[in-house]
Ligand binder design. Structure first.
Ligand code: ATP
Ligand code: MG
Length: 570
């Protein structure tokens, strides 16, 4: 394609007030423009990238036998009411009424509608298994739409859904999707991890996220490169050793004005690991006292999975409920429910609040002195020991680019998606749901691949494969060679991408400096530079965008050299 036929509004200035590199570069390089909060326009280059990703998505989905369909974005409320999500999802759902006053919503995802059609059409085990997918718009009134196209209010998603007769079938569909996702993200040139994750609003069964590590990520993931344990911090576990037992006489100790574990630990000269931290939280139903070892931190997501949404009690609420100031609360003699973290060792003696101002109690034994329900509600920290192999773990920031969920019968039961099994019995269909956001994949690819001059696309998702840059258009020879190369390279079959080479020629009447800057900014993998100086020796320059490695090659070998350079680069 010709540059003069393409709308590529590159910018020289870096837009201000924007944090994510991918956001800055997509704007600067003329890939996208922002319409309003969380709403983006994809310009020609941006749309080409999305389409490249979509082709990979389609190929890998069809490879596992998934069938493409298309569903409406506008949904009647009743179906969402039947599964209950009309009520449990709050402001994130766009809702509206049609002209007859009927409640409608804009699809945030399509479990409900997919299950609805399965309920209507699938009657027998003979029709199973099925995998249906679409690449289609979702709408979500996101609270934090930021980071450019990483989190928008309207975005395209590849969402697929599996329908099976039994658990073994679901296992197979789930595994096929995991394998397809590995191929998809590898083909898109991403560095990524498949991590254990919290199924959240999707269900309660097994789920994994595919995470692209980059400092721009909103999630923290635990990585053990020794054994391959990868998990979202929201669910990650680690090994924690107990300190040796220390004998303490069971008694109250005067700790004037010392409230935090750190303060009391320093005051008494006892290691923080011998403390029980008591946190008072309040749910819709009741107050709960949460206990955790003094040197550890609460993982709020883990706790919320156990007790539902909660908040930390204010000083006043604590005083009303327990009768003592925050800082002196302890687990003994409590009437409210207590949830304790497994980091507290039932065989050790601890110090905690005495439920009396300015006092703590030492020598508390969990078996003897209080009753609690025990769970893992601890936040994993960098350098903790891996739960599987015991090696130190690492924590990295990452972007969630895709996820896979086992839904089981969560949607098929309420929507009555029932089939007749081999044994003549009626059973609910066993489902799975699997999502990928192509725009997020593109942005994550930029976050992982850029330099000070601009984007460096992995070649599989670059908007073009090769950019030809004739420097001086008033030089006839330059133009002739450039046009010939444009023709010839465009005819070459690109066996890496399974199509012909896509070539961009910068046929603008611009200074070389402008062309070079734009070429580096938009990030096409291979640049072919045609200048009068080289032509005098019968040569042109070819250059890899990623490494800036370049060489002069004779004109008669140019096509071969360009293609080789392309295949060599990542
Ligand atoms: P997040 O935790 O980041 O909000 P999610 O768990 O809500 O993501 P899903 O609903 O499972 O994500 O969506 C599947 C995929 O769609 C995600 O992995 C991501 O690639 C993409 N996606 C989700 N929300 C957005 C958004 N607001 N903007 C762009 N892409 C998104
Ligand atoms: Mg979300």
């Amino acid at each position: 394609m010709r540059y003069t036929n393409l709308f590529i509004p590159t910018m020289r200035e870096t837009p201000s007030g924007i944090n994510a590199i991918s956001h800055i570069l997509m704007l600067k390089a003329g890939y996208v423009r922002q319409l309003a909060a969380g709403l983006f326009i994809f310009l020609p280059l941006g749309w080409r990238v999305l389409n490249k990703i979509n082709i990979i998505l389609k190929e890998e989905m069809e490879r596992i036998g998934a069938q493409e369909i298309s569903m409406p974005i506008l949904h009647p409320a009743e179906i969402w009411q039947q599964t209950g999500r009309w009520y449990t999802i709050k402001e994130e759902m766009f809702r509206l009424k049609d002209r007859t006053g009927r409640d409608m919503c804009l699809g945030m995802t399509h479990e409900e509608i997919m299950t609805w059609i399965a309920a209507k059409e699938i009657k027998s085990y003979r029709q199973l298994p099925q995998i249906w997918y679409q690449i289609q718009t979702k709408l979500r009134d996101e609270a934090r739409s930021r980071g450019g196209v990483l989190r928008t209010r309207e975005f395209i998603m590849k969402d697929s859904y599996s329908f099976d007769a039994d658990e073994a079938g679901l296992d197979k569909s789930y595994k096929m999707h995991a394998e397809a996702y590995h191929r998809i993200f590898s083909r898109c040139g991403l560095k990524y991890y498949q991590v254990e994750s919290d199924p959240g609003i999707m269900g309660d069964l097994e789920s994994h996220e595919f995470m692209a590590p980059t400092p721009a990520g909103e999630d923290d993931i635990v990585i053990c490169d020794n054994c391959g344990y990868y998990a979202n911090v929201e669910v990650a576990k680690s090994k924690l050793e107990s300190p040796p037992i220390v004998n303490m006489e069971f008694k109250e100790v005067y700790t004037p004005k010392k409230k935090t574990v750190k303060e009391v630990s320093e005051f008494l000269g006892v290691d923080e690991r011998y403390f029980i931290k008591s946190l008072l939280v309040i749910t819709e139903k009741e107050p709960v006292l949460v206990l955790i070892r003094g040197d550890q931190e609460l993982n709020e997501k883990k706790l919320a999975r156990l007790i539902g949404d909660f908040y930390f009690a204010s000083a006043e609420e604590a005083l009303n409920l327990i009768g003592v100031e925050v800082g002196y609360i302890g687990p003994m003699n409590q009437k409210i429910k207590i949830i304790a973290d497994n980091s507290i060792d039932k065989d050790l003696l601890y110090i905690s609040g005495a439920n009396k101002k300015n006092y703590h109690i030492q020598g508390i034994n969990p078996r003897e002195h209080f009753k609690a329900e025990w769970f893992d509600i601890r936040k994993v920290k960098e350098n903790d020991k891996c739960i599987k192999c015991g090696n130190p773990i690492e924590i990295q920031k990452a972007i969630e680019v895709g996820n896979i969920f086992k839904l089981g019968t969560k949607y098929s039961v309420p929507l009555n998606a029932i089939f007749l099994d081999k044994d003549g019995k009626e059973k609910p269909i066993i489902m799975g749901s699997y999502g990928i956001g192509p725009a997020r994949v593109a942005a994550a690819a930029i976050e992982q691949n850029y330099d000070k001059d601009g984007i460096i696309w992995p070649k599989s998702i670059a908007p073009f494969d090769i950019e030809i840059i004739p420097l001086n258009l008033s030089d006839k020879k330059t133009v002739k060679i450039a046009e010939e190369l444009y023709e010839k390279v465009s005819e070459i079959y690109n066996s890496f991408a399974d199509r012909h080479m896509e070539v961009l020629i910068d046929d603008r009447e611009e200074r070389p400096g402008v062309k070079f800057k734009d070429a580096d900014l938009i990030g096409i993998p291979i640049q072919v530079i045609i200048g009068e100086k080289g032509l005098k020796d019968g040569k042109i320059e070819i250059k890899k965008r990623r490494t800036k490695e370049s060489k002069m090659v004779p004109i008669n070998r140019a096509v071969v050299e360009i293609v080789n350079f392309y295949y060599e680069t990542f």
